[in-house]
Design a protein around this ligand. Structure first.
Ligand SMILES: [Cu+2]
Length: 307
């Protein structure tokens, strides 16, 4: 039995080393999805942990039984000539192995459906909710604050501890709005408004990005979400209203053209901005934008489907 022990020790060393190497990089901060910073992300995190835990139990049980069987029934002198009994038509066994998967599917499905419908609802908070309109264009993110009347490009400022309803549309190709620390992604599409509730528990800067490939400068489809305390947020809005330039219709239409944009701040936005995403594919805005009818090669366009 000496070679077996030696080989076992080699295997255990290998498994131990791999675990050290694989787990060495594991800190929660590195995996933003596993480090939720708001109630929506927390709810999704809980669902991930529950699903992963349940599946892990199944994997461990299956591998445990598997190991037990291959060790117990391996070729050894006592097992020589052993024939397993012939089992057939056992109602008890068949019921057991039908009910276990049914129970697993139910245990996964109920929390998933609950959480999915829960995302439609406003996160609970003592503070009143607010709305921010998001338009994705090639290749920038435009944020309008209807109540405040201001606009920011490639960054968005929100009050912490406040439910924020992002109303999203797109000019040009489809993108996907994703702030992993605050919650899962939602698509932006021309001619259709999608809603996503997010809330940050604490002031901080969170990374946002597009999770849907949209062509040449897709890597620039990133934005910062700056959560400020409600008092600081109000101060920031006043500051923007006082110091930032107004945005003309021509400037707004220019922004919708293909190309890159820096972070920008405006103390107003033109009326046409409210229709851009909704009729972005429609003639009027196309003519004003001087946009070619043909899509850029390599961009993904909204597939027309029912919702
Ligand atoms: Cu759609």
């Amino acid at each position: 039995m000496e070679p077996f022990r030696k080989r076992l020790r080699q295997w255990l060393t290998l498994v131990g080393l791999s675990a050290v190497l694989l787990l060495a990089g594991c800190s929660r901060e590195q995996y933003v999805v596993l480090d939720p910073k708001g109630p929506v992300a927390k709810q999704q995190y809980d669902l991930i942990v529950w699903s992963f835990g349940l599946m892990l139990i199944i994997v461990l049980a299956v591998f445990g039984i598997f190991a037990y069987v291959i060790i117990k029934y391996r070729a050894k002198p006592e097992n020589k000539g052993y024939e397993p009994p012939d089992q057939e038509g056992s109602k008890l066994l068949e019921t057991i192995w039908t009910l276990i998967p049914v129970a697993v599917v139910i245990a996964l499905a109920i929390p998933t459906v609950k959480a999915t419908y829960g995302l439609e609802k406003q996160p609970s908070s003592d503070r009143p909710p607010m709305t921010i309109k998001v338009t994705s264009a090639d290749w920038k993110w435009i944020f309008r604050y209807p109540k405040e009347g201001i606009e920011t490009v490639n960054y968005v400022t929100i009050p912490a501890d406040t439910p924020v309803r992002f109303e999203m549309d797109a000019v040009g190709p489809m993108n996907s709005f994703w702030v992993p620390s605050l919650g899962g992604q939602e698509y932006t599409m021309p001619g259709m408004v999608m809603n996503l509730w997010l809330q940050a528990d604490q002031p901080g800067v969170y990374q946002g990005r597009s999770a849907n490939f949209s062509g040449k400068y897709f890597t620039h489809m990133t934005f910062d979400v700056i959560a400020k305390s409600p008092a600081d947020y109000d101060k920031w809005v006043q500051q923007v209203k006082k110091t930032a330039p107004k945005q003309t219709e021509a400037q707004y239409l220019q922004l919708l053209e293909r190309g890159l944009a820096k972070k920008m701040t405006f103390s107003s936005y033109p009326k046409i901005a409210d229709q851009a995403g909704l009729i972005g594919e429609v003639k009027g805005i196309r003519e004003k934008m001087n946009r070619p009818e043909e899509p850029d090669t390599g961009t993904m366009h909204h597939h027309h489907h029912a919702h």
